[in-house]
Design a protein around this ligand. Structure first.
Ligand SMILES: [Zn+2]
Ligand SMILES: [Zn+2]
Length: 105
């Protein structure tokens, strides 16, 4: 049993909705509900020991790509990331609808 692959591709079970998301090395958020986990200081480094659940609190359309802002429920840190092609269109639509009704910040 030799580990051949060293790529940083991790499958993870979403701490919010429980759906298993297949990691592709770029995405660290759940494609079903868009929640993330606080594991990075900078995207992809996995150096933050917090591990808190990160709620999607903002959605911006930039150059045709959605950018999601996540806020950590444990330490309050915010991080912005690109949405992934496999993200649920319904979840993105629900988030933008919720944001239109609610005022953050
Ligand atoms: Zn989820
Ligand atoms: Zn945190």
């Amino acid at each position: 049993m030799v580990k051949k692959f060293q790529r940083k591709i991790e499958d993870f079970v979403c701490g919010h909705c429980g759906v298993k998301t297949k990691g592709n090395g770029y995405t660290n958020h759940c494609s079903n509900c868009l929640w993330s986990k606080h594991v990075d200081n900078y995207p992809g480094d996995r150096l933050n020991p917090c591990g808190g659940l990160m709620e999607p609190v903002n959605l911006e359309l930039e150059k045709g790509t959605f950018h999601i802002t996540h806020k950590c429920q444990t330490c309050g840190a915010k991080a912005r990331c690109k949405s992934a092609p496999e993200d649920s269109v319904q979840a993105l639509a629900e988030l933008s609808e919720a944001l239109a009704k609610k005022t953050f910040f």
